[in-house]
Structure formats: structure tokens, C-alpha cells
Design a protein around this ligand. Sequence first.
Ligand code: SF4
Length: 314
Amino acid sequence: MKNKEIKILLAAPRGFCAGVERAIEIVKKSIVKYGAPVYVRHEIVHNTHVVDGLKKIGAIFVEELAEIQDKTRPVIFSAHGVPKSVPIEADGYKIEYIDATCPLVSKVHREAENLHKDGYHIVLIGHHNHPEVIGTMGQLPKGSVDLIENENDVENYTLEAGKKIAYVTQTTLSLDDTKNIIASLKKKYPKIKEPVKEDICYATTNRQLAVKNIASNCDMFFVLGSLNSSNSLRLVKVAQQSGCADSHLIHSVSKIPFDKIQNCTTIGISSGASAPEVLVNSFINKIKTKFKVKIDEVVIVKENIFFKVPAKLN
Ligand code: SF4
């Protein structure tokens, strides 16, 4: 195999976004400020490598505040955001909390609240049970927001007579799928109010466009990311829809299909917004043990977005 040359097209931008960098920094700085352990409600970002690294320096991950054994320790809310009931629950337990919700998710929360205040009934386009969706729905009273996952849902949806309707979306959706769902909503409700600025975030957009740009030139495509990472799963689908049917999510370098790669001339690589670059490097290094490799990084845009951590951690 070693004589075989494989060309790797490396999508850029890829990997960590500003919201993920900030959330990880919040956990690290909290451990420095408060000492270990510090609790984190839900995986701070959906990546096993990141979560395991933070566990090693003193983070304890829980799904609910009730699981926190030592309630004198602080808790951090994950980048996906939390329903309004969660900080209230923390206050009830007298637990100090630090909110690592990505500012772009918080933007959607405020948007939904303002629309509700203005008398709109809201449909949220997103994935059932994703923590971001639970958090966004939890900004508003029960019954004031409905979840739409696909075009079928739009078809079956009935809006109460006399209600004004608006939509917001999860930040990590597929641009193309969402475009179709929005088109169906607009067809059914021509007066539906749209977000002032797109809810799908810059990082999701850039990573999807970077994959779209190279997928049709690849025999196989690999997205490094965890199985529960919404934006990584979307990148796989984008690669498939953009001309590379043989596209896969790789959550562990032990899962590389060398036998199939052997038949490829060109493979594409990207990584989800919660996946560290070290995973891409170890994937490439593994490929290098079997094949001669030529790497071509294809950059569609340079990102320079940065979000500050809460002032109390500085
Ligand atoms: S993917 Fe987008 S919304 Fe999610 S953490 Fe990153 S920047 Fe924020």
C-alpha cells in the first residue's frame, strides 16, 4: 500500500468555532478560579475528546443539577444553552453558575422572546431532543413555540386561527434542508415573520460551504467529530448531497476504512465545530502510515470571530 499516493483535500474553515473555544475556555478558567471540581451541566460541547480532557483537569459532567453531589461547587451551563428553568433551579439550590451558552445561541433566545412579546406564535426549525432546541423552547411559556423538523411537519402543521406566525432556527442545521423547510413555511404562511439576521451561525455556514466546495472532487469524504455532534452530522450529509456519496463521520481513528481508501485517488477531510484539530492531525498521520499523502488545503474564507469569556473569570 505504501507506494500508493492519496491526495487529501482539506476543507477550511473546519473544526473549532468561536462559541466552542469560549465554552472550553470558560471551563478551564473556572477550574483555575474556583479550584477542582467544577460541575458542567451536559457535555460542554459535543466532543468526547474535549470532554475527556476536561474531566482530567477537574470537570464533572452531569445531565441535571439534581445530580450535583456537592452543591457548594459552581456549575457551568453548556454552549448549547439551557431553558430558563435551569438558572432558576440553580438559584433554588444556591449553586453559583457560569453560563457558557454561545452568544449566537443566546441571540436566537432573545429573538424568540421578542417575537413572543410582539404576539407571534413561533415555529422553531430544529432537531427533536437536541439540547439547543430544548434550551430555545424553554425560553418561552409552554405552548408558545412548536418544533418543525422537516417539510412533512410543515404540511401537517396547523396554526391556531387569528395567530401571527414567526420562525427561528437551530444554529447548526443544514443550509440546504433549512432553505427548503423555510420555502414550504413561506408558501403556507406568506406573512410569516423571518429572523432579522439568519439564525444558522457563521461557523455552520462556512464549514458546510467549505465541504460543498470540494466534495464532488473526492472519492470518499471523512468528517471528524462525535456521534452526537449535530454540526458534524450535517457536514457528512452536505458532502453526500454535494457529490460524494461515500461520506462518513469518523469519531475514532481506530475506525479508518483503509481497505476502501486504498481504492481512492482523492479523499476529503473536514471536522465539526466541536472537534479539535488534533483529531484531524492524527487521522492524517494514520493515513500516512499506509499511503504516500499529498495534502491540499482549500480555504474558502478566513475566520476572525472571537467571543470573550464572562468578566468574572478574568
Ligand atoms: S456552532 Fe455556531 S452557534 Fe454553535 S457554538 Fe459554534 S458559533 Fe456558536
